[in-house]
Design a protein around this ligand. Structure first.
Ligand SMILES: Cc1cc2nc3c(=O)[nH]c(=O)nc-3n(C[C@H](O)[C@H](O)[C@H](O)COP(=O)(O)OP(=O)(O)OC[C@H]3O[C@@H](n4cnc5c(N)ncnc54)[C@H](O)[C@@H]3O)c2cc1C
Length: 310
């Protein structure tokens, strides 16, 4: 038995891909390791019809809506390796090896939280330290906000100035980790954002809620909400595929087909872009799946033509 498509990852991207392939009567296996990126969050926001849904409930609904499509199988298992080529991939999972004509990568990204060596950071991640104000901003609007800048680039792109949409009290913390050009400091000041260059000793966190930032000189700054973009990395199975990546480390896909640099391997969701969000991931999952259906149909048509020509 060979699956038409094997989807790796059962988050918004993978679930949407499975739905699209199932509705196209394709034989699909979705494998999910059960380690979603938003595991620390209590609710998903900014997703039309699902605003405020707990992440586990979102996935439960996604899986329940796959149930009527009998050609779709879902397994809670980790994919360990992918080998072979278009029309004949071999996918090694924790429970055995299966074959598939096409692969859809929907593995998300890993946030390297451990690389932020500030006591308190990991505890508050997803509870009062967030990556995105569109996801977690409205609930904490008007409070004392900070942005932990890991490099000058995060500031250049205007992220801290944007935070002023939600709060009048925004402080950028550079930790003396890099020099902020005077022009950028002036721009932030004009946008109503303060700059705090002192190194941080620790974050004061009570029951996963940030209360203060404590600097190495012992002074404390009241801060209830912090935004940060920890470095991200691809999961091992994707990294091992040797696909073309963009300069930021995201998997490059053809914008029309969502095919990666390896024929027959498609990708959707966070692993392909820094513009990350559940609804974006779901949209690209559906897009990739539709292109897989198209590709399978074209391949069958060409095979039939070849057979007739013989
Ligand atoms: C703390 C936090 C809060 C967030 N809140 C929001 C929010 O409120 N609204 C919003 O829109 N976005 C939010 N996001 C972003 C959102 O979670 C992601 O954009 C979205 O989950 C991406 O979907 P995805 O399907 O690409 O990846 P994921 O949801 O990360 O799913 C990837 C899946 O692939 C599986 N996987 C990985 N490797 C393997 C393997 N080898 N074999 C099998 N399975 C594998 C994982 O177990 C996981 O289940 C948040 C992110 C974080 C970190």
């Amino acid at each position: 038995m060979i699956y038409d498509a094997l989807i790796i990852g059962g988050g918004p991207a993978g679930l949407a891909a499975a739905l699209t392939l199932g509705r196209a009567c394709r034989r699909v296996l979705l494998c999910d390791a059960g380690t979603p990126r938003n595991a620390a969050a209590t609710h998903i926001h900014n997703v039309v019809t699902r605003d405020g849904t707990p992440p586990a409930e979102f996935r439960r609904i996604g899986r329940a809506q796959l149930a009527p499509y009998q050609t779709v199988e879902v397994r809670d298992t980790r994919v360990e390796a992918v080998s072979g080529a278009r029309d004949g991939f071999a996918v090694k999972t924790a429970t055995g090896t299966v074959k598939a004509r096409r692969i859809v990568l929907a593995t998300g990204m890993v946030d390297a939280i451990e690389s932020i060596a500030i006591p308190g950071f990991a505890e508050a991640w997803g509870h009062s330290i967030y990556q995105c104000p569109f996801c977690h901003g409205w609930e904490v609007r008007g409070r004392r906000w900070g942005f932990l800048a890991l490099d000058a680039q995060g500031i250049e792109h205007g992220f801290p100035a944007m935070l002023r949409s939600w709060s009048d009290d925004v402080v950028v913390m550079t930790r003396s980790a890099f020099d902020l050009p005077a022009e950028q400091t002036a721009q932030l000041t004009r946008a109503g954002v303060r700059v705090e260059p002192r190194p941080i000793a620790r974050l004061a966190v009570e029951k996963q809620r940030l209360t203060h930032v404590e600097f190495t000189d012992g002074e404390r700054l009241a801060c209830e909400v912090l935004y940060a973009h920890p470095p991200q990395r691809q999961v091992g199975v994707v990294a091992a595929l040797g696909l073309d990546l963009d300069p930021l480390g995201y998997v490059k896909v053809d914008p029309m087909t969502r095919q990666t640099s390896t024929p027959g391997i498609y990708a959707a969701g966070d692993l392909t872009t820094r513009a990350q969000g559940a609804i974006f991931a779901a949209a690209t999952g559906s897009h990739a799946a539709a292109m897989v259906v198209h590709d399978l149909a074209m391949a069958a048509m060409h095979a039939a033509a070849d057979a007739q020509g013989r």
